[in-house]
Design a binder for this molecule. Structure first.
Ligand SMILES: [Zn+2]
Length: 126
């Protein structure tokens, strides 16, 4: 048998852990660890749209505005999912995706339009 608190082995007939002093009658009533607790709930593995939105938002810094649009769309999906089932988390990731994707998406859209106008006026490429 192993102590649930410190992980040290102990004899089956022991009343308390020799290393950390945890009483085993109390140990048996400890609540089970929440699934995915190792990440502290920081990364929303159960909310894929929010997670993808976050990465799309980050990569929307690259001058390619469809990534920003994808970040906004997925971010809204992730927010909906988090609202319907709060256990999946991911609201923060979804918002980062929406805000970053929206800002950079808009920025690159404007840049693209300006470049197209510039080309059509002959100021670029010659
Ligand atoms: Zn222990």
């Amino acid at each position: 048998m192993f102590c649930p608190r410190c992980g040290k082995p102990y004899p089956d007939d022991a009343g308390a852990c020799a290393s950390c002093g945890l009483a085993f009658s109390a140990a048996q009533s400890l609540p089970p660890k929440e699934e995915g607790d190792a990440t502290g709930g920081i990364i929303p593995y159960k909310n894929a749209p929010a997670l993808i939105a976050y990465y799309c938002g980050v990569f929307s810094i690259i001058p390619c505005f469809p990534i920003g649009i994808a970040a906004v769309v997925l971010g809204i999906k992730g927010l909906k999912r988090a609202r319907e089932n709060p256990a999946v988390r991911g609201q923060v990731h979804a918002w980062i995706g929406i805000i970053a994707g929206g800002l950079f998406g808009l920025l690159w859209a404007i840049v693209t339009v300006l470049v197209i106008i510039g080309i059509s006026k002959g100021r670029f490429g010659g």
